[in-house]
Design a binder for this molecule. Structure first.
Ligand SMILES: Cc1cc2nc3c(=O)[nH]c(=O)nc-3n(C[C@H](O)[C@H](O)[C@H](O)COP(=O)(O)O)c2cc1C
Ligand SMILES: Nc1ncnc2c1ncn2[C@@H]1O[C@H](COP(=O)(O)OP(=O)(O)OP(=O)(O)O)[C@@H](O)[C@H]1O
Length: 386
């Protein structure tokens, strides 16, 4: 997949890459955060149409996510999000590199990453569509039913389609909503609101229609598609990584570089890889999880996968809470001496895949109790990750 990054000028205009005139483009536009199964349906349709019309498949995606840029402006007197890399999007399910990798795996030919700015966001959808037609030969625009584009999010399925009909320059291909309908997610982060709305969302909770309505009314929430990045984010914030994986079509991933810890882990008999450098991907709720650690060789890019007992927390057993950290005890194969192989992971880029929530973080009465529990967690992990 060819990737081009476009930085809008101070007026919000883009210098599009030269696309040959010999082929037209089937284009999907969006954030594609998480590249979940709804997004996958849009991407697959894009690839399929490109194949049947002999066109190129193109995905246009935005980085940073437009809502982050707009929120920053709201919080900072209308200022532009700083260009430096110090600003991280902690709410993003997937960093831009992983998003691109997943999009490539779907068979897309070209990705155009637009560095979203306020000026670019102020351009109308008519302007943007004109650019797609004129600069990259738009033939079909593939969108979901709720897609929005351009200033004030004014471009929707109907308004975009009426331009397509009037100009006859391109066609709109609408992908039906995928997934099991809609769910309510809380606007505030508390166990109480989450429990109330889980009941509202659960068709088997035994609530009558009126009770459901009343509970939903008194719990601030918003309605989202079940297969949406917002709902995946909510599930992860509650530690429900298995349900998130159902929607993503694969386990959720947090990536980063392994850095040194206090080296207490190895004295406990459970050395852990602290994934704390350049972390990308939404951090699930504090807790202990079964999953995988994937060690990516820095030179060859080769991958080794280990079942892992994963912890996210502040190590509350050891006095004052420490910085919140993601660490993984990787179950290494046994060496010739019958002991687990020593894995030298420092400085490596690793991927942590979350399969199942095992338990919350606990304040243990000392290291022995923690170690006994860790043994149990490792056995659970062996059972789950085979
Ligand atoms: C699977 C797993 C579960 C853990 N659960 C807890 C816990 O419930 N409470 C706690 O205080 N620390 C927990 N920890 C964190 C340990 O305290 C930590 O790994 C140990 O102190 C080593 O820290 P270090 O990397 O700074 O040397 C857990 C770690 C792992 C790998
Ligand atoms: N469950 C779904 N079914 C069908 N199409 C979807 C689904 N979820 C997203 N899409 C479509 O995928 C494209 C890219 O979506 P985008 O990432 O911009 O935002 P989105 O619709 O807000 O997605 P999400 O709700 O997951 O945040 C859009 O055309 C969108 O309508």
């Amino acid at each position: 997949m060819k990737i081009t990054t476009l930085v809008p000028d101070t007026e919000g205009a883009l210098a599009w890459p030269p696309f040959g005139q010999n082929k037209r483009s089937i284009v999907a536009v969006g954030n594609f955060d998480g590249v979940h199964r709804g997004h996958q349906a849009v991407l697959k349709r894009t690839v399929d149409l490109a194949k049947s019309y002999g066109c190129r498949s193109v995905v246009i995606l935005f980085d940073p996510r437009p809502e982050i840029v707009r929120q920053y402006a709201k919080d900072h007197d209308g200022a532009q999000l700083p260009k430096d890399e110090t600003y991280t999007d902690a709410e993003a399910l997937t960093g831009i590199d992983r998003r691109l990798k997943l999009i490539e795996e779907m068979g897309i030919d070209y990705a155009i990453v637009i560095r979203y700015t306020l000026e670019f966001g102020a351009k109308s959808y008519q302007y943007f569509l004109g650019q797609l037609v004129g600069k990259i030969g738009l033939r079909n625009l593939v969108i979901g039913k709720d897609a929005r584009m351009g200033a004030g999010r004014a471009g929707n399925v109907d308004s975009i389609d009426s331009i397509a009909q009037a100009t006859r320059m391109f066609e709109v291909d609408v992908v039906d909503d995928r997934g099991p309908g809609e769910v309510r997610v809380p606007l505030t982060d508390s166990d109480e609101t989450a429990e109330a709305l889980d009941k509202v969302n659960d068709p088997d909770s035994g609530l009558t229609k009126a009770e459901r309505r009343a509970l939903s009314k008194k719990t601030p929430n918003r309605l989202v598609r079940a297969w949406s990045s917002s709902y995946v984010r909510y599930l992860l914030s509650r530690g429900r990584v298995d349900e998130a994986a159902e929607i993503l079509g694969r386990p959720h991933v947090v990536e980063g570089v392994v850095v040194g810890g206090k080296q207490r882990g190895r004295t406990l008999g459970f050395p852990t890889a602290n994934v704390a450098g350049d972390v990308q991907g939404y951090m699930p709720a504090d807790g202990v999880y079964a999953g995988w650690l994937v060690d990516v060789d820095p030179e060859t890019g080769e991958e080794r996968r280990y079942p892992s007992a994963i912890s996210i927390g502040t190590k509350v057993t050891f006095g004052e809470p420490e910085a919140r950290v993601l660490e993984a005890y990787a179950i290494a194969p046994l060496g010739e001496d019958g002991k687990p192989e020593w894995l030298d992971l420092y400085g490596h880029h690793t991927r942590v895949e979350f399969v199942k929530f095992l338990r919350p973080q606990v304040h243990f009465d000392g290291a022995d109790e923690l170690v006994a529990e860790l043994r149990r967690n490792v056995e659970q992990t062996r059972d789950i990750c085979k």
